[in-house]
Design a protein around this ligand. Structure first.
Ligand code: ARG
Length: 458
């Protein structure tokens, strides 16, 4: 018999029951559901809405249910409609009519709105910790490559010299913002919907501030309709995960490029690469490809949430049951990606020589050549044009700016002197780029120290 049996003269159709049921995916919120119910029962007792002894019995009963689920002695009933119904039915089974008092001044609408918030708060803490771990691996690796010169790219064309540390820390900064973004969204979510009840609050003298405080929320939500009917926090957190995944995906794409024979800037550890079933020579970066692929899936979860909400009248609608699979999927897969990416990055071998060799080709010091002329008094546009002509000449003669004879320089401008070779030396080019946020080793060292602090503060 369903809990709402009084109003109905027939059993619900089997197919509808199965269709309606969410226990298969919301059972994972059991601990949060029980935690919320314990706070609710404590409040009902304190406010004299139920007897103190009943409140005690309910809280003890809920604790024993939690222990039994955790020990595996109580298994979820797949026929229960959802986790909320399951826990309540189990409590009533254990306590008889005292159990039936738990749902006073409460609805599944505020219950589920509470449970998801509690669940997301816990889950996001895990993601935050993983981001911190990744941030530290990035900082550790960068520390070893403050002077490792590589070409920086625009349009995937070699552009200007940078260091590997500088490149890595760009991702470090993105991930630092991801961590902050999640923290911001969690802080915004941290208001308690419990006590909104079905939609219109209640006539019982409940104490919403008490439950909010017991459950670690900043305050109760100010509007009961809003309390049960918005899922903006799911959307916002999913969006934060999409952005995080976008960063991981770009990083992954670069790793895929870097371990190709065309680049060979890094070598993945054998434990984090895979072979081919037919081509004996292959070593494939499956992990990073899968991360790139899963980013699309998480974007899909975000679109699911946005589309599910866009036409809903206030307050609760059953459509909103669809929120959980989407946000849980986004969390699960982001977590998996981070857990795999971290050790992969940590164990990858950096092939400095190949980076340096790539930097030596492609005229990435051309800007520095132009800047040399500017320092000697020439307007930048003229210096730019002369350097462009020199580059074209080098390409034609199969030379580099380093191997171009001084006479050829001087044929273009008499401002050129022997010190041009020092000015276009790649080590000099990097060392001289000391504007704030630039790749000069000293500047990057400072950036690294600041970033470490930001990653490790709570
Ligand atoms: N399983 C439901 C959900 O996930 C719980 C709330 C149900 N409320 C209701 N009035 N049917 O949204």
């Amino acid at each position: 018999m369903a809990l709402w049996a009084g109003r109905f003269s027939k059993e619900v159709d089997e197919t509808v029951n199965a269709f309606n049921s969410s226990i298969a995916f919301d059972a994972r919120m059991y601990a949060q559901d029980i935690r919320g119910s314990i706070a609710h029962a404590a409040m009902l007792g304190k406010c004299g809405i139920i007897e103190a002894s009943e409140s005690e019995a309910i809280q003890e009963g809920l604790k024993s249910i939690l222990a039994d689920i955790e020990q595996g002695t109580l298994v979820f009933d797949p026929n229960a409609e959802d986790i909320h119904m399951f826990v309540e039915a189990e409590l009533t089974k254990r306590l008889g009519s005292t159990g039936k008092r738990l749902h006073t001044a409460r609805s599944r609408n505020d219950q589920v709105a509470l449970d998801i918030r509690l669940y997301l708060r816990d889950a996001m803490q895990k993601i935050q910790n993983l981001i911190t771990e990744l941030g530290n691996v990035i900082c550790d690796t960068a520390e070893q490559h403050l002077e490792t010169i590589m070409p920086g790219y625009t349009h995937l064309q070699r552009a200007q010299p940078i260091t590997f540390a500088h490149h890595l820390l760009a991702y470090g900064q993105m991930l630092r913002r991801d961590r902050e973004r999640i923290a911001d969204a969690v802080a915004r979510m941290n208001e308690c919907p419990l006590g909104s009840c079905a939609l219109a609050g209640t006539t019982y003298p409940i104490d919403r501030h008490m439950t909010a405080e017991l459950l670690g929320f900043r305050q109760p939500m100010a509007n009961s309709l809003d309390g049960v009917s918005d899922r903006d926090f799911c959307i916002e957190l999913c969006c934060a995960l999409s952005i995080l995944m976008t960063h991981l995906s770009r990083f992954s794409e670069e790793i895929i490029l870097w371990c190709s024979w065309e680049f060979k800037f890094i070598e993945l550890d054998d434990a984090y690469a895979t072979g081919s079933s037919i081509m004996p020579q292959k070593k494939n970066p499956d992990v990073t490809e899968l991360i790139r692929g899963k980013t699309g899936r998480i974007n899909g979860d975000l679109i699911t949430l946005l589309s599910m909400m866009k036409g809903l009248p206030l307050a609760y609608n059953k459509d909103m049951q669809e929120d959980k699979e989407a946000i849980f999927d986004a969390i699960d897969h982001t977590e998996l990606c981070l857990k795999t990416f971290i050790p992969m990055l940590k164990t990858m071998r950096v092939l400095k020589e190949n980076m340096r060799n790539a930097a030596a080709k492609g005229f990435i010091n051309a800007t520095d050549c132009a800047d040399y002329l500017v320092r000697k008094g020439m307007p930048f546009r003229d210096a730019y044009k002369i350097t462009g002509t020199l580059v074209a000449f080098c390409i034609q003669k199969d030379l580099t700016l380093e191997t171009l004879p001084l006479e050829e320089y001087q044929a273009m401008s008499e401002l050129f002197a022997e010190d041009i070779y020092q000015a276009i030396n790649l080590e000099t080019c990097v060392k001289e780029r000391r504007s704030y946020g630039a790749p000069a080793p000293d500047a990057v060292k400072q950036q690294l120290a600041d970033l470490r602090v930001l990653f490790n503060q709570s």
